[in-house]
Ligand binder design. Structure first.
Ligand SMILES: Nc1ncnc2c1ncn2[C@@H]1O[C@H](COP(=O)(O)OP(=O)(O)OP(=O)(O)O)[C@@H](O)[C@H]1O
Ligand SMILES: [Mg+2]
Length: 259
């Protein structure tokens, strides 16, 4: 009898927290990005994204490929919450982006590292300052900044050039600074939109290998690229887009040649 009562009590206790938990985002613990049936229509024209769904697990490395205009950058901007979808749901790192409050957005973005094709560095500052800047924005204690920046510049192989103005660097070096800046705050996700778009093949490989290394240290990495050769060699997950829809999603995929 007493046992039965206890059982019932235990059941009741079990139920209460379970009910609470349901208010949290509906994502499995290892899913870091959930895109459900997302459409994005710009004010002009037809949908840039048309009902796409995509699930990315923590720790994955994913290439996003597809023709120009297929919606890759639109997808990246939605993940950054730079744009909002016309319909559908996006959850990133547990944040439901349709419900996120404006004051939460900076905190959300701090957990994202972002790299673009055109580097977007502070041209009048040196290498060190460009990376340290990202740490100051998030109010890292000054004592820690030097260690973190130095470690990150070593990782990308630029420690000896820390005093150089970024305008005195090659394109490949500039992109490595951008990568160091994106990573210095230890983001959960690195989003890169054509990070090798302005680089020669040698530098492109270096940047991709660095991103692979970063992924191996636990960061989820999503890379938009047109670089067929690299995609085909690296054997990662490849999501192929065409006219606003995902037409293929393959583990150890390749860059399919539709031309
Ligand atoms: N700000 C905007 N206003 C209106 N239409 C836009 C805007 N940005 C993108 N588009 C349109 O949305 C579609 C998808 O564009 P998006 O930039 O996402 O393509 P992409 O796959 O990144 O292309 P690329 O490989 O050339 O960078 C295109 O038809 C584009 O013209
Ligand atoms: Mg683009």
């Amino acid at each position: 009898m007493a046992d039965e009562k206890n059982n019932e009590k235990n059941k009741a206790e079990e139920k209460a927290p379970r009910r609470k938990r349901r208010t949290k985002p509906r994502v499995t613990q290892d899913e870091i990005i959930t895109i459900e049936n997302v459409t994005k229509t710009y004010q002009t024209g037809s949908p840039a994204l048309n009902g796409i769904s995509l699930h990315i697990k923590r720790g994955e490395f994913v290439f996003i490929v597809g023709d120009s205009g297929s919606g890759k950058s639109t997808l990246i901007k939605l993940l950054l919450r730079e744009l909002e979808p016309t319909s559908g749901n996006i959850t990133v790192m547990g944040y439901n982006l349709g419900r996120i409050r404006h004051r939460q957005i900076p905190k959300f973005r701090r957990k994202l590292g972002i790299v673009f094709q055109d580097f977007r560095l502070l041209k009048d500052r040196n290498v060190y300052e460009n990376v340290a800047f990202a740490q100051r924005v998030v109010q890292t204690p000054p004592g820690k900044i030097r260690n973190n920046v130095t470690a990150m510049l070593s990782l990308v192989g630029l420690a000896p050039k820390y005093k150089n103005k970024v305008t005195q660097l090659s394109g490949g070096e500039q992109q490595r600074v951008a990568l160091a800046r994106a990573l210095v705050n230890k983001p959960d996700i690195l989003l890169a939109d054509e990070p090798t778009g302005n680089l020669d093949p040698g530098n492109s490989w270096e940047i991709m290998k660095l991103m692979e290394q970063i992924n191996e240290r636990g960061t989820t990495v999503i890379v938009v690229t047109h670089n067929r050769e690299i995609v085909n060699s690296m054997r990662k997950r490849v999501v192929t887009m065409n006219q606003g829809v995902i037409v293929e999603d393959m583990e150890e995929g390749i860059y399919r040649d539709d031309d």
